[in-house]
Design a binder for this molecule. Structure first.
Ligand SMILES: Nc1ncnc2c1ncn2[C@@H]1O[C@H](COP(=O)(O)OP(=O)(O)OP(=O)(O)O)[C@@H](O)[C@H]1O
Length: 493
C-alpha cells in the first residue's frame, strides 16, 4: 500500500544503513559478462583458480573431465563457499546459481540459469583485492586452464558438421586434437630436429623480446618436401610440443580477403595456423603475372575495369594472403605460428615465402639412415640389427619417403601376422631393392627418351640446314640463269 517512490527510497536508505554497519564489500564475477555468447574470461579464470587453489577447502565439489578425458578437474559446486588467504588477508568466495522462473523462455546461454561468483572482503583491503588479488586470480586461473585444456583442431570448412561454436556464430568449428606425433617419434635428421625444437622453444619464451624489438609475436614456418615425408606429422608434433591449438585453414573454402581477415581475427593466441599444400589451394603463384596479363588483355580487348575489380573481391588474392601473414591485423593476439606446407616450393611466389614472412624454411626429405633408425625404434623397438648395414647402403642410393619405409615396418600387416623384426626389415630391404631397380629402369628409360629426342632434334636441325643450303643453291642457280639470260639478251641486242 506504499507509493512506489517511497518504497524505493526506503530500500535505498536500508542499503545505505546496512553498508554503513557492514564493513564488508562484494565483487560479483558473472559467467556471461559483457558478451552474450562468450563466457567471461574472469569467471573461467576464477573457476580454475578456485578449483586449484582452494578446492581442498570446499565442502561441496563438482567434478569434470578435462584433457584427453583422463584428468579430473574438481571445482567448487554451486552455492558453496570457500575461504582464501592472500598476503595475510582473508577473502571469501561464494559460488551462486540463480535459476530463472519457469515461465521465462531463454534466448541466450546463461539466461535460464545465472551463475556467478561473489567475492567478499573487508573494505579496508579494497585496494589490495582490486589491485593485486584479482589480477593474481586471473593469471593463476589462466595458467591452470592452459595446463588442463584439451588441444583443439579447428577448421573453416563449412561442409563439416563438427561442433559449431554457439549456434554457428563462429567461422571455425573444432574437434579435440588427439594426434600422437611427437618430436621423439618424428623421423628426421637429429641435428635438424634439435634445431627446430630450439627454434620453437625460443619463440615460445620470447614474448618480451618481440615486444622489445617491436615485432608482432608470431613466426612463419615453410615445410616443403615430397609427399609422405612427414609435413603434417611435423605440425602435430609442433602442436603437442608447444601445447597449442591448430587452425587448419582450407583456403579454397574462403570466399575473399575480407573473410580471410575475419578468420584470422577469430583465431586465439597459442595456436598454429596451417595452410596445407599452399601451391594447390589457390592460384596465388601467377597472381601478379595474371594481373599483368589481365591488364594487357583489358587494354587489348577493351575490357571494363569494373569486371576485374569484382573478380578481386570474390577471391583470396596474394596480397590478401600477405596481409594475413604480416599485415596490421596479424598482430592481434600474438603467440601464433603460421605454417605453410608444399610439395613444390619453386611454384610459390617469392614474396610469399621470403624471410620475415616465412622465417624458417624446413625441408622434409626422403628417409635416410638416421631417420630410419627413429622409425625402426618406433615401430619395432630395435636400435640395431644385422640388416641395418644393407638398409643404410640402400637408403643412401634410393629415395623412399618415411611414409613408405614406415609402411614396410608395420608388423601387423596382412602378410606378417606376428611381430617379426627380421621379417619386417627383410621386407624393407626387398622394397628398397625393388625401388632401386625401378629407379634405374626409369632413369634408363628417361635417358633413352632424352637421347631419342636429342637425335630427333639433331636430325631436324640437319634437315633444316640442308633445306636452307638447297634454298641458297636454288637461289644462286636461278640468279645465275637470270644473269645468263640477261647477258644473252644483251648479246642479242
Ligand atoms: N618423418 C616422419 N616421421 C614419422 N612418421 C612419418 C614421417 N613421414 C611420414 N610419416 C608417416 O607417414 C604418414 C604420412 O605422413 P604425412 O601425412 O605427415 O606426410 P606429408 O609430408 O604431410 O604428406 P603430403 O605432402 O602428401 O600431405 C604419417 O601418418 C606418418 O605415420
Amino acid at each position: 500500500h506504499l507509493p512506489v517512490t517511497l518504497t524505493h527510497r526506503v530500500a535505498t536508505w536500508a542499503t545505505k544503513l546496512a553498508s554503513y554497519l557492514n564493513p564488508y564489500l562484494e565483487i560479483t564475477v558473472s559467467e556471461y559478462g559483457g558478451e552474450r555468447f562468450r563466457r567471461s574470461e574472469l569467471f573461467l579464470a576464477a573457476e580454475a583458480y578456485l578449483s586449484d587453489a582452494c578446492g581442498r577447502r570446499a565442502r561441496r565439489l563438482r567434478a569434470d573431465l578435462v584433457k584427453d578425458s583422463k584428468n579430473l578437474q574438481v571445482s567448487v559446486d554451486d552455492n558453496d563457499e570457500v575461504t582464501d588467504v592472500f598476503d595475510g588477508v582473508t577473502v571469501w568466495w561464494y559460488a551462486v546459481k540463480r535459476v530463472a522462473r519457469s515461465n521465462v523462455i531463454s534466448l541466450y546461454p546463461g539466461e535460464d540459469e545465472r551463475r556467478f561468483y561473489r567475492l567478499v572482503f573487508h573494505a579496508r583491503h579494497r585496494d589490495l583485492v582490486v589491485g593485486s588479488y584479482l589480477p593474481h586470480v586471473l593469471e593463476e586461473g589462466r595458467a591452470v586452464t592452459v595446463r588442463n585444456r584439451q588441444r583443439r583442431l579447428f577448421t573453416n570448412n563449412p561442409s563439416t558438421s563438427w561442433n559449431s561454436y554457439r549456434g554457428g556464430k563462429s567461422v571455425w568449428s573444432h574437434v579435440h586434437l588427439e594426434h600422437p606425433a611427437t618430436f621423439d617419434t618424428l623421423a628426421m635428421d637429429p641435428a635438424d630436429k634439435e634445431d627446430i625444437v630450439d627454434d620453437l622453444e625460443a619463440f615460445r619464451d620470447a614474448k618480451d623480446y618481440y615486444a622489445k624489438v617491436g615485432k608482432a609475436w608470431k613466426r612463419g614456418y615453410l615445410l616443403f618436401g615430397p609427399p609422405g615425408t612427414g609435413k603434417s606429422t611435423m605440425i602435430a608434433a609442433m602442436a603437442n610440443f608447444l601445447d597449442y591449438d591448430v587452425y587448419d585453414l582450407e583456403l579454397t573454402a574462403v570466399k575473399n580477403n575480407t573473410e580471410l581477415r575475419k578468420l584470422f581475427i577469430e583465431t586465439t593466441g597459442k595456436s598454429i595456423i596451417v595452410i596445407e599444400d599452399i601451391d594447390c589451394s589457390v592460384d596465388l603463384t601467377g597472381k601478379r603475372k595474371d594481373k599483368a596479363e589481365k591488364k594487357k588483355k583489358s587494354n587489348d580487348d577493351d575490357d571494363s575495369p569494373s569486371e576485374s575489380s569484382k573478380d578481386e573481391s570474390t577471391k583470396v588474392t596474394l596480397s590478401g594472403l600477405l596481409n594475413f601473414i604480416d599485415g596490421l591485423w596479424s598482430a592481434c593476439g600474438g603467440e601464433r605460428i603460421i605454417v605453410f606446407t608444399t610439395n613444390h616450393k619453386d611454384k610459390l611466389d617469392p614474396a610469399l615465402i621470403r624471410r620475415g614472412r616465412m622465417d624458417k624454411h624446413i625441408e622434409m626429405s626422403y628417409c635416410r639412415f638416421e631417420a630410419f633408425k627413429v622409425l625402426a625404434s618406433n615401430y619395432l623397438g630395435v636400435s640395431d640389427h644385422e640388416l641395418f648395414g644393407d638398409i643404410r647402403r640402400l637408403l643412401d642410393e634410393v629415395d623412399m619417403s618415411p611414409a613408405d619405409v614406415a609402411e614396410n615396418l608395420m608388423p601387423m600387416s596382412k602378410k606378417k601376422k606376428k611381430r617379426d623384426t627380421h621379417a619386417c626389415l627383410a621386407a624393407l630391404v626387398e622394397a628398397l631393392k625393388k625401388a632401386k631397380q625401378d629407379a634405374t629402369a626409369a632413369k634408363a628409360l628417361a635417358d633413352a627418351k632424352a637421347k631419342e629426342e636429342a637425335a630427333e632434334a639433331r636430325e631436324k636441325e640437319a634437315n633444316k640446314g640442308q633445306a636452307q643450303d638447297q634454298g641458297k643453291e636454288d637461289k644462286t642457280s636461278s640468279s645465275s640463269t637470270e644473269e645468263k639470260m640477261t647477258a644473252t639478251k644483251g648479246g642479242d641486242k
